[in-house]
Write a protein that binds this ligand. Structure first.
Ligand SMILES: O=C(Cc1ccccc1)Nn1cnc2ccccc21
Length: 331
C-alpha cells in the first residue's frame, strides 16, 4: 500500500504548522491533523470536549461511527516541550490518510486541551509519527499510524516535502523521485529517545566557512522553528544588523528589514541550505517592524530541534527499517 496527502500551512502568512486531511470512521469524518514526528500520540478534538475549549475546530464524534470501539479503561495525557497539553480517552477506528487505511487505529479523543490548542482553530488534532515508545496511553501504550501501516506498505517509509508558505506533501510507503534533486544522504537514527534523533555534521552561516562539528538533534515536523546551541546562534546573528536576544519576546529578534544570511547544515558530506527568507520568520506582533528569527537557542530545551524552518528546505525520508535511518535531499 501507499498513500499521499497534502501538508497545508495553517496560516497564510507564517508557517506555524501544517495540517493534513484524514478520514476517521464510518461514514468517514474528515479532520485536518498536524503530522508530528516529534511525538507519538494520535489525538483529536472530540465530542467529549467542553464547548468552551473548541473554537472552530472539527471534532471527531465516535458515536457517529459504526466502526468506532471504545478502548475501555484506557486514558492518555501529554505535555509538549512548549508547555501545551491535552488528555482524554481512547477509541479504535478506521483511519485513512491519502488513500492508505489502517483499521483499528488508536484514536485518542481529547476531553481537555490547553489554550494554545483551543486558539489554533485550524488544527483538529495531531498524528504522532515518532517512535511508539513515546505513546502516552495507559495501561497499554498504542502504536502510531506509521507502525500500524508499515507491514502493509510497499516500503517502510514516509517522506516529508514541506514548503515555505505553500502546500507540500507527506507520502507513505514510497519515495517520489520527482520531489528531490541529486541524491538522498541517509544517516543513522538513535531511536532510544523516541524521536527521529540524528547527528548533523556541522554548519555554515551564509557564504562563510563550513564548521565541522557534530550536532545531535531531532527532525521534528511538529515544531515550527530550529533550535540550536547558543554558540551557533551567536555566529549567525552577529551577521544580522540590529539583532538581539530579547527577554521580552523570548528569543532572537531583529529589524524586519535587516539583511539575513542563509544557514547551511551538514548531513554527512551533503549540505542543506536554509534560505534567508525562511529565517525571517514573523513580526513579533502583527504589523511590528521587529521580526522573530527562525533560528533560536536550544539552551533551555536540552535538545536541538530541526523544525519546519529546516525541514522545508529539504526532502526528508523517515525510513522505518531495521535500524531506522533518516535521509535528506535538496529539492
Ligand atoms: O514541544 C516541542 C518542542 C518545543 C518547541 C518549542 C519550544 C520548546 C519545545 N515541539 N512539539 C512537537 N510536537 C508538538 C505539538 C504541540 C506543541 C509543540 C510540539
Amino acid at each position: 500500500d501507499t498513500g499521499s496527502a497534502a501538508a497545508i500551512p495553517v496560516n497564510p502568512n507564517y508557517d506555524i504548522a501544517y495540517v493534513t486531511p484524514v478520514s476517521i470512521g464510518t461514514p468517514p469524518q474528515t479532520l485536518h491533523l498536524d503530522f508530528d514526528t516529534g511525538s507519538s500520540d494520535l489525538w483529536v478534538f472530540s465530542s467529549h470536549l467542553p464547548a468552551s475549549q473548541i473554537r472552530g475546530q472539527t471534532i471527531y464524534v465516535p458515536a457517529n461511527s459504526s466502526t468506532a470501539k471504545l478502548l475501555a479503561d484506557h486514558t492518555w495525557s501529554i505535555t509538549y516541550g512548549d508547555g501545551s497539553a491535552s488528555r482524554g480517552n481512547v477509541y479504535v477506528d478506521n483511519f485513512t490518510v491519502g488513500g492508505l487505511t489502517v483499521e483499528n487505529q488508536a484514536v485518542q479523543c481529547a476531553l481537555q486541551v490547553s489554550t494554545s490548542f483551543t486558539r489554533e482553530s485550524n488544527i483538529d488534532g495531531l498524528v504522532g509519527l515518532g517512535f511508539s515508545t513515546l505513546n502516552t496511553v495507559v495501561p497499554k501504550s498504542q502504536l502510531t499510524f506509521f507502525d500500524n501501516a508499515k507491514p502493509h506498505m510497499d516500503e517502510p517509509v514516509f517522506t516529508a516535502d514541506l514548503k515555505w508558505k505553500s502546500e507540500g506533501t507527506y507520502d507513505f510507503g514510497f519515495i517520489d523521485e520527482k520531489k528531490y534533486t541529486g541524491k538522498i544522504t541517509y544517516v543513522p537514527v538513535n531511536t532510544s529517545p523516541g524521536y527521529w534523533t540524528f547527528t548533523s555534521s556541522g554548519y555554515a552561516v551564509g557564504s562563510g566557512n563550513f564548521s565541522a562539528t557534530s550536532i545531535v538533534g531531532i527532525a521534528d515536523t511538529g515544531t515550527s522553528l530550529v533550535y540550536l546551541p547558543p554558540s551557533i546562534l551567536t555566529a549567525y546573528y552577529r551577521q544580522v544588523e540590529g539583532a538581539t536576544s530579547s527577554r521580552t519576546y523570548g528569543g532572537y529578534v531583529f529589524p524586519c528589514n535587516s539583511k539575513l544570511p542563509s544557514f547551511t547544515f551538514g548531513i554527512g558530506e551533503a549540505r542543506i541550505t536554509i534560505p534567508s527568507s525562511y529565517i525571517s520568520y514573523a513580526p513579533v506582533t502583527a504589523g511590528s517592524s521587529t521580526c522573530f528569527g527562525g533560528l533560536q537557542s536550544s539552551s533551555s530545551l536540552g535538545i536541538n530541534i530541526w523544525g519546519d524552518v529546516a525541514l522545508k528546505a529539504a526532502f526528508v525520508v523517515f525510513h522505518g527499517g531495521n535500524p531506522p535511518t533518516i535521509g535528506w535531499a535538496k529539492k
